[in-house]
Design a protein around this ligand. Structure first.
Ligand code: GTP
Ligand code: MG
Length: 326
């Protein structure tokens, strides 16, 4: 897009036009450097209109009910007069992308509202890249006037960290049952969570869900609280709107409290600094890969290194000297 086109795109974005938002996000996701440059200019142009939303990360293992929960949560937020954006981050399934593709059809009711925006994010398989791009997408949603941005990821370990880096609060969904071994959820992921929701607490599984919630409450005694209060554990069912509404109240209440004592502001400043570092790393790598002869030189040196004829650090130093020096 040309400069006047970009200005027009910025204007439409700021006016809250969904097609403009979708187009802007596509620009940030492009692998073409000129698109990235345009996206960066666009971001700077609308940056003043960002920052006002609640940024909420939602994660959980496949099938735990993330998409269903997000639709119910999203509808609750809409009923409060809010505008809701849903972004999906999927660094794991770069070949299939199945779960995310299904989401627009799964979140049917949410998708129907003109105050909701659902973006199934393409995956790139590179976590650093995912963080930078997701961050840009969150900012663009805010510029378009969405006042809650939900960022969904499937729990595969590292993707949670990526999502936690672009959101204010992080919800971990877990299934009822298997509370004793804590469902193999890694301690690091529990430490990221601001709220643990034991999902599918309905029908015959209500008691089981309560027990699971209790085991998590106990386990959380061993985890250092992220904020000034211990991490909450709640049960919830997408079939029970009252329970979804209770989670929503808890999330928004926590956000409000952390915003009032400047915790959100501090967190976001740190995130922005880290994002810059991640973007630099990404750009340096991209620059290296774009240099003629780089791939061949890496292949040659890899043989030296794997054959024990040169140390990894000396090979890396040689490469960067050769391809990055002015
Ligand atoms: N009983 C019950 N079933 C639920 C609930 N939430 C989701 N389900 C069911 O659980 C299955 C998985 O739900 P999804 O929302 O697709 O789960 P997901 O975590 O998004 O799954 P992936 O995207 O594949 O990782 C579906 O069959 C849902 O109907 C709930 O609160 N109660
Ligand atoms: Mg899903």
């Amino acid at each position: 897009v040309s400069a006047p086109e970009r200005n027009e795109l910025a204007a439409r974005l700021l006016a809250g036009e969904r097609a403009a938002l979708a187009k802007a996000i596509t620009l940030t996701e492009s692998s073409r450097p000129e698109h990235r440059d345009q996206a960066n200019e666009l971001l700077d142009e609308v940056l003043e209109a960002t920052g006002h939303s609640q940024r909420i990360g939602i994660s959980g293992t496949p099938g735990v009910g993330k998409s269903t929960f997000i639709e119910a949560f999203g509808l609750n937020l809409l009923s409060q007069g809010r505008r809701v954006a849903v972004l999906a981050v999927d660094p794991s399934s770069q070949t299939t992308g199945g779960s995310i593709l299904g989401d627009k059809t799964r979140m049917l009711e949410l998708n129907r509202s003109d105050r909701a925006f659902i973006r199934p994010s393409p995956s790139r398989g590179r976590l650093g890249g995912v963080t930078v791009r997701s961050r840009d997408a969150v900012l663009l949603c805010e510029a378009a006037g969405y006042d809650t941005v939900l960022v969904e990821t499937v729990g595969v370990g590292q993707s949670e960290t990526a999502v936690a880096q672009v959101t204010d609060l992080f919800l971990l969904l877990i299934g009822p049952g298997g509370g004793d071994d804590l469902q193999g959820i890694k301690r690091g992921v529990m430490e990221l969570a601001d709220l643990i929701v034991v999902n599918k607490a309905d029908g015959a599984r209500v008691a089981e869900a309560q027990q699971t919630a209790d085991s998590y409450r106990n386990a959380l005694h061993l985890v250092r609280p992220k904020w000034d209060a211990p991490t909450e554990v709640m049960t919830c069912s997408a079939l029970d709107t009252a329970s979804v509404s209770a989670v929503s109240t808890q999330v928004l209440g926590t956000w409000e409290r952390l915003a009032n004592n400047q915790s959100i502001e501090r967190l976001r400043s740190l995130q922005a600094e880290k994002a810059m570092t991640a973007a630099i790393n990404e750009m340096v790598l991209a620059t290296l890969h774009g240099r003629p002869g780089y791939a061949e030189a890496v292949a040659d040196l890899q043989l030296q290194v794997s054959g024990g004829r040169q140390s990894a650090s000396s090979a890396a130093a040689e490469l960067t000297r050769q391809f990055l020096s002015p």
